[in-house]
Design a protein around this ligand. Structure first.
Ligand code: NAD
Length: 253
């Protein structure tokens, strides 16, 4: 795959797994992350850009640099997102709500906005937005996160309709609970809210899926690779869950 791929939040977690998968497939990779240390730990073969996905002037400058170095862009993985507060609705501060929406939704919008002109110019491109199963169901104690991920799916649907006639596809991936430090923090907070243990919450999440499983970042990366590939040339406007099939998004533990 000789594609030029830009991945937000590529310094760790799912974004990093995507970058590794695209790099291994022969793509040119640029990773964006707000965490300079995470970026420093990425392979030097990747273009590494320290940037907050809510900072539009910095995003515009990044796209200007990519225009000079790459001359275009084939794949955007708008992946950055924070978990936001895990709290009862009446305990959520409006600032925490706004921060979650700003990174998860506005960040995806800003990258899609700036990726559109180069993709339109070449009449091809694939945008892959990372949503969540929280964008398919309600998600008790995670109101801003769930709202942001439903909105990401709405943004993706609109991108697919607006940009399809220009040869640009858009899809979103909804990961289930992914093993790693981020999910561990959520498990600990939910255990505290529900007055139970981390293991009970974990078992509840896994048990809420048909496959009785958490997901690995590599599972999400594999789907991104497919959606970016020419094999998916007519796949657009789709919300694709990679979650072991969620049967019950709120297991009562
Ligand atoms: P993560 O918490 O591991 O973070 C990945 C990276 O995002 C970090 O390196 C961090 O520095 C970076 N980041 C955070 N805020 C940023 C900002 N404002 N600008 C630029 N970079 C920023 O995340 P993850 O678990 O890999 O999640 C990636 C995406 O997948 C998110 O959109 C998340 O909502 C979604 N998701 C994750 C899970 C899960 O269980 N981990 C489940 C469903 C969906």
């Amino acid at each position: 795959m000789s594609k030029r791929v830009l991945i937000t939040a590529g310094g760790s977690g799912i974004g990093r797994a995507m970058a590794e998968a695209f790099h291994a497939a022969g793509a040119r990779v640029c990773v964006v992350d707000v965490d300079a240390r995470a970026l420093a730990s990425c392979p030097a073969a990747w273009q590494r850009e320290p940037l907050d996905v809510t900072d539009e002037p910095a995003i515009a400058a990044l796209f200007a640099r990519l225009r000079s170095s790459w001359g275009g862009l084939d794949v955007l993985c708008a992946n950055a997102g924070i978990a936001g507060p895990t709290a009862l609705i009446e305990d959520i501060e409006v600032e925490a709500w706004r921060r979650c929406l700003a990174i998860n939704l506005e960040g995806a919008f800003l990258f899609a906005k700036h990726a559109t002109p180069p993709m339109k110019a070449q009449r091809s491109g694939a945008m892959i937005l990372t949503s969540s199963t929280a964008g398919l169901f309600g998600y008790p104690n995670r109101a801003p996160y769930s709202a942001s991920k439903w909105a990401v799916n709405g943004l993706m649907k609109t991108l697919a309709m607006e940009l399809g006639p220009h040869g640009i596809r858009a899809n979103s991936i909804c990961p289930g609970a992914v093993e790693g430090p981020r999910m561990e923090a959520v498990l600990a907070k939910e255990a505290a809210i529900k007055g139970t243990t981390r293991d009970a919450i974990y078992a509840g999440y896994a048990g809420g899926t048909s496959m009785r499983s958490f997901v690995k970042a590599e599972d999400i990366a594999a789907m991104a690779l497919f959606l970016a590939s020419d094999a998916a040339r007519l796949v657009s406007g789709q919300i694709i869950a990679v979650d072991g099939h969620t049967e019950n998004p709120d297991p009562k533990v």
